[in-house]
Design a protein around this ligand. Sequence first.
Ligand code: AMP
Ligand code: ZN
Length: 478
Amino acid sequence: MKEKTYLYNTLTRQVELFEPNTEGKVTMYTCGPTVYHFAHIGNLRSYIMEDVLEKYLRFAGYDVKRVMNITDVGHLSSDGDTGEDKMLAGAKREHKSVMDIAKFYTDAFFEDCRKLSIKRPDVVEPATNCIDEFIHMIEVLMEKGYAYEAGDNVYFDTSKLDDYYVLSAQKEEELQVGVREDVEEDTNKRNKTDFVLWFTKSKFENQELKWDSPWGVGYPGWHIECSSISIKHLGEYLDLHCGGVDNIFPHHTNEIAQSEAFLGHKWCKYWFHINHLNTTGGKMSKSKGEFLTVSLLEEKGYDPMVYRLFCLQSHYRKPLEFSYEALDNAAAAYEKLIKRLRAVPEDGEVDKEKLDEYNSRFAQAVGNDMNTSMGLTVLFDLLKEDCSGATKREAVKSMDSVLSLQLARAWEQDDQTSGAGVSGADAELTAYVEQKIAERAAAKKEKDFARADAIRDELKEKGVLIRDTREGVQWEMV
Ligand code: AMP
Ligand code: ZN
């Protein structure tokens, strides 16, 4: 692909030409989920946009290796290294062990990813797999004079760096510890921005996961895992690092500090950050306890592809406000798109020149700092184009290798789109179920989700399971 890729780089605060360290190859690191709860659709906005970025880079001809960690230890409830380990809090909440919680929510995360057509990264590494590597990194930081022991913990000394704030452009006075409600002061720290590399004498009761270390039995701080796992799998020079904007400070700032101190040179070239999904109540967050999940959207009758489209319609650097009204608009747009695709005949030959032209227009649009909504415009332009159905179908498949909206499904045969002939159901039951399905659709249209859910439950009690698909509601007897 001849088209160049431009990306906004948080490090330089401008849109830049993307040029990886090795021509044609990209090393990409993604901060993975903290697996103490389900991922909310805000988290998943970040993973959808990172997925589009990875797929776009492959589309543009790069050979991409992508690594993601799973945070299953050391992420405390406060960014100031105080509070409780989130994993331990999750385990307590559900009366299970930390490892059970980690397994359950890691599986749930990848199930959500599957539903949203998010590709699994090439390497997925839980933090608890790499404790020896973390200890090695901390030992080197101690030897080099970047780390110190205090109050039985090991800290990174941020005063040893010339430019600790390289990424975040935070003003020191904005970081007054204790100003934010959830940040208590840790008096062991020499500088307020110092951060924990290793907790040795845990002051948190019943810390379940602990390992031996040169500083005693303990567990790692949160930030060390991403530096260590990235260097382990992607080497000393990283091309691209991603995460949500809340990761910029302190997480990514601290990752840069410890990685560059450890390596003795610059580490990551491009930093890609996705802005938040908000509700009218503000940023969606797991710790608030109430949040929206993919399963919840499905229960309300939304296809996960509708949420993916909703995300792709807006730019990743802008905050995105979630509402059911906005999601309904995305659902209508998705339905319209599928209908228009269905109308594309399977005729004629593929016009290679036209195909290249559209692939190139699409690459230019998305390659301009991931302008996915412009990419969707190119897709709609294609559908209006005067060319063979075969050319259109080929170009749609090509664009969908990046968008991943499961567009080819529009042309797949689906003969189970109604309940007619469902095994185990007689004519009377079929008529009853179809009546209820119509009532439920009306309730949803009125946004009476409680009524819609009640109808679903009523059917379930009668042994009828209904599923919302883009072909309409399907049902079966269980
Ligand atoms: P966590 O599981 O909390 O470690 O977060 C996983 C990813 O989701 C990180 O990249 C966060 O920056 C990102 N994230 C957290 N909240 C939101 C949100 N409301 N909108 C978009 N991304 C988010
Ligand atoms: Zn990270």
